[in-house]
Design a protein around this ligand. Structure first.
Ligand code: F0G
Length: 482
């Protein structure tokens, strides 16, 4: 049964068929599921949650997973994460934590397809804004809270550009399993997200610095104080985020698309998607793996720089860390900080870099960077297609547009763009784009290098007069005749 209201803190059995394993093949150190770790003790590498599938009961066909729909009054079956429990079986069923995450839709977007040069019928938007806290983070938080409750943690922390903190604060408030402690860069968080952390009662600390600074601090503090870290460096978070791909496949009737396009920040999603597909393939549940496109904002383009310009590769696990070190030294020497209107992905030291390289290899991935101008123009177009998204999410659509122009993605390819966060998360950026107030435009966008709002839908000022209003409506109808 799900744990809302009655957390079960009995220690977990250590004979589980799930364990933690260092991702570096040359190391491969393993750790019990009951241990709290965000790095390998032997080599400092990232950890995976790994499974002895022979001792477990994965589905024999993906269609079997649809059976959970029949039992949707059971919160575990209702959850868009836990109805795929067989594919992330690190905790017993009766210990799973859910607040109803993962009720998302895959929206077919024909109009947008035409605008970006994809054949209508072939472009889909996976809208993760429908999650309880309004972003994809809830997928991972359900899994992280499940693990935290298993190991008896009483407080959890994260550094955040806003969505992780909103999600952590919500899960803490709903489940009462842990207290939430949040580190945000001062002035670096959109108001929609900050309002959530404050309202849900989290201890919210604004650190004088940006996300990368806050991330470094939260790791130190968590280690010193024994606080459970819920950033995506936590391998259990990524287990939950694998389910985004399962839901995409389910909506496509278990047909694998040609491309998944996702914004890249701390690189948790891209890493999780790669793991999801390599496991499905190894289990014989899919016969091919889609290609992955990870899209950076140009002002926070570490992955693009390292992967596309400097040739950094997973290379069977032998990642040339000297390339990474040299790049970070250059950033330090230039005092370069991340800077983009897409504040959710304003990150230049992504913690999941090596895992993402592995995903790029598994999925024959590509990486692109898009400007803030591209991101906001794409966001406006996503908005006119309905549902909408926050700026970082629109990087996926801007990236798709670029990859179509380059013909890396073909017009006939079937493409899924991940819209990671809700349209209402960052109203400032949206209003500034559509505004007639030049000062607001300059302060919020021009400063960030956005020069025009080509797809703006400007509000019309009309006198408080019936005839004037009727005239304005007639003009609008006339101008929008198809
Ligand atoms: N899109 C949104 C809306 C996000 O909030 C984030 C990350 C990303 C994309 C990037 O995802 O890290 O998996 O590559 N937000 C984090 C946060 C950093 O703190 O909320 P990623």
């Amino acid at each position: 049964m799900h744990q809302v209201g009655s957390p079960d803190r009995r220690p977990v059995s250590t004979t589980s068929a799930a364990y933690q394993r260092c991702i570096a093949p040359g190391c491969g150190a393993t750790y019990d599921i009951a241990q709290i770790k965000v790095a390998c003790d032997q080599c400092g590498g990232l950890l995976d949650v790994a499974y002895d599938w022979d001792r477990l009961a994965p589905p024999t066909a993906l269609q079997e997973l649809e059976q959970a729909w029949q039992f949707r009054r059971d919160p575990v079956c209702f959850s868009g994460v836990w109805r795929f429990h067989q594919l992330l079986p690190f905790a017993p069923r009766e210990r799973l934590v859910t607040v109803g995450e993962g009720q998302t839709i895959l929206q077919r977007a024909d109009r947008l397809a035409t605008l970006v040069g994809v054949k209508p019928g072939n472009l889909f938007l996976q809208y993760e804004g429908l999650n309880p806290s309004g972003s994809f983070k809830d997928n991972g938080m359900a899994a992280a809270f499940t693990h935290a409750a298993l190991v008896g943690a009483s407080s959890a922390a994260c550094a955040s550009t806003g969505n992780t903190s909103a999600s952590l604060a919500m899960y803490a408030a709903v489940t009462q399993i842990m207290k939430a402690i949040i580190f945000v860069g001062s002035g670096k968080i959109a108001y929609g997200k900050l309002s959530q952390a404050l309202e849900y009662g989290a201890l919210t600390m604004q650190i004088n610095g940006d996300f990368d600074d806050a991330m470094a601090r939260v790791r130190e503090v968590c280690e010193q104080m024994g606080i459970y870290l819920v950033n995506s460096v936590n391998p259990f978070r990524l287990e939950g985020q694998k389910t985004i791909m399962y839901r995409v496949l389910e909506w496509l009737n278990w047909q694998v698309p040609d491309w998944i396009v996702v914004p890249g920040g701390n690189l948790g999603n891209s890493s999780a998607f790669g793991k999801a597909f390599s496991e499905l393939h190894a289990l014989g549940l899919v016969d091919r793996i889609p290609r992955l496109a990870v899209i950076n904002a140009a002002g926070a383009n570490t992955l693009y720089e390292l992967y596309e310009r400097r040739g950094l590769r997973w290379n069977g696990g032998n990642v040339d860390q000297s390339i990474v070190r040299r790049y970070y030294e250059e950033l330090d020497a230039r005092s370069r900080k991340a800077s983009t209107i897409a504040s959710a992905i304003e990150i230049i030291r992504p913690v999941n870099l090596t895992k993402c390289l592995r995903a790029l290899e598994v999925c024959q991935g590509v990486v692109r960077e898009v400007t803030d101008q591209d991101i906001l123009d794409a966001k406006a177009r996503v908005g006119t297609s309905g549902i909408g998204c926050e700026p970082a999410s629109a990087a996926s659509v801007a990236g798709l547009h670029l990859l179509r122009r380059e013909n890396v993605i073909g017009a006939d390819d079937r493409v899924v763009c991940i819209l990671t966060g809700h349209q209402l998360k960052d109203p400032t950026a949206t209003v500034a784009y559509h505004t007639t107030d030049q000062d607001l435009f300059n302060r919020v966008l021009r400063n960030q290098g956005v020069m025009r709002a080509s797809h703006a839908n400007r509000a019309v000022s009309v006198a408080n007069d019936r005839d004037e209003i009727i005239r304005a409506i007639r003009l609008y109808v006339h101008m929008n005749k198809h």
